[in-house]
Design a protein around this ligand. Structure first.
Ligand SMILES: [Fe+2]
Length: 152
């Protein structure tokens, strides 16, 4: 069983956001394995950098989706994302300063934050997304095309 397991109540859009969240969960699992195996600063530092970079990209993608559906909690949500990036940077520098306790705590802090954030905050987005069947029809270009056949 993985350290941070995907669960059905983490599903947000059955699409890009879920893919990003799954990837972030994988990165947290990799980080956990590395820290629990006692990997050194070079390896853990690189993993933290990868996690920071991917988190930043993911937040941008998620905020774009939120803006596109006029999610009313966007401003507050962006603030949560900014705060997390600041916390992540602080955590990284504490780790680089050589705190052993921090290395052990890294993956659990990240797991707890991500899991709560997805379940409490990202979840609010669900009701603003189109139902999956409707999304497929729009993406497939079916909606609107059929009327062209009515006059023939
Ligand atoms: Fe989010």
């Amino acid at each position: 069983m993985a350290y941070f397991e995907w669960a059905d109540d983490l599903v947000i859009d059955q699409g890009l956001i879920d893919q990003d969240h799954r990837h972030l969960i994988e990165l947290v699992n990799t980080l956990h394995t590395a820290t629990s195996q006692g990997c050194g600063q070079e390896v853990v530092g690189r993993l933290l950098q990868a996690l920071t970079a991917y988190t930043q990209e993911h937040f941008q993608r998620e905020e774009q989706v939120m803006a596109s559906v006029h999610f009313p909690h966007l401003a507050g949500h962006q603030q949560l994302h900014r705060q997390f990036m600041a916390d992540l940077a602080a955590l990284q520098s504490r780790y680089e300063m050589g705190s052993i306790a921090t290395a052990a705590q890294l993956s659990s802090l990240l797991r707890d934050w991500l899991s709560l954030h997805i379940r409490r905050s990202d979840r609010k987005l669900r009701e603003y997304l189109l139902p999956r069947s409707r999304q497929d029809r729009v993406v497939g270009g079916v909606v609107g095309d059929c009327t062209a056949y009515l006059d023939n």
